[in-house]
Design a protein around this ligand. Sequence first.
Ligand code: UD1
Length: 374
Amino acid sequence: MKPAGPRPTVAIVAGARPNFMKVAPVLRAVAARDYGFDLILVHTGQHYSPELSDVFFQQLGIRVPDVHLEAGSGTHGTQTARVLEAFESWLLAASPRPAAVVVLGDINSTIAATLAAKKLGLGVIHLESGLPSFDRGMPEEINRLATDAISDLLLVSEPAGEINLRKEGVPPERVAYVGNVMIDTLAHHVEDVRQTPGQTPPPSPYALVTLHRPSNVDGREELGAVVDFLLKLGHRLNVAFPVHPRTQKNLDAFGFTARLAESGNIRLLPPQGYLENLSLMLNAAVVITDSGGIQEEKAWLGVPCLTVRENTERPVTMSLGTNTLVGRDFEMAGQLVTDILDGAYKTGSRIPGWDGHVAERTAEAIAGFLAKQA
Ligand code: UD1
């Protein structure tokens, strides 16, 4: 009989806000049941402000990271390089070295950690893979494509993921449909937030607005069109607008902050904690966003969602969910708001595998991967 080796460890790498709600349920699942491996939590430090990082750790009960790489902000090249270098140094020194690395989503930390691990010959498991937007102008698209191309096990969150990876010629044994792990976090907290909203939402009906993509907020003309749309929207319903630091910087630089603040119906808010944001989503008449995760959360909650992008890597949110892509067509967005307020907008239906047990399937998939490697 083969002697039992040391118990394997697996590093799970989180870097920015959209990673934290995905890492939380996986850590919880592995703490609740023995899957035969231990998880080491690595925070790259891509997001470091309390409102983009610490608040998620506190509210979602994520333990203090075992490793903090403190990469911080920078250009894409700088940020990616800092994470790559710091993570590689840590992997080289780690004893025992992790048997595999789990990366999440499509941020700069995702591709950086993947490159560091693969060059050291470690297995990489990509959670939320197979989701191209087919828009290579998006920085996340480059991260997704490159991460999928070199990862060993691709865990898929929605039906399109399997189809895309099949088209790319990825062998089926490298792919597993686990469902959407972020919905585990939503399902875990939604009832508590319904009972105890934690803050007073704006008077109904209101729109919740979140916008931070460079294509919407980095250019004066692009951001100006968004501001004009929001000012018009503010004549029809209240608007809650938690402002991402990137967006805030540009609203200030282009002189738009005062225009928005002066309109009585638009509430400019700092970036919200997970629970506060969920509470705002639950009660909103409509959410207007360019976030990937919010499209998914709205689809699950059944709240209408208008996405200010030309494409989505999450097509199930449109086919089964409540999402419509409006691109930069704010006239169409205004018309859809009318439909929503009139009760004439699609309601959506359940999405397969978005059942609150994705983290357990993820842990099983990691255990299966380790067993094959041994
Ligand atoms: C990153 C992700 C994006 C994700 C978003 C969620 C990439 C390429 N992009 O974009 O996919 O949807 O996170 O927020 O990885 N800043 C702070 N505090 C922080 C971090 C950033 O104030 O803790 C400010 C800095 O001015 C920084 C800017 O926000 O330059 C942008 O941060 P960065 O992490 O580069 O990209 P995001 O726009 O947040």
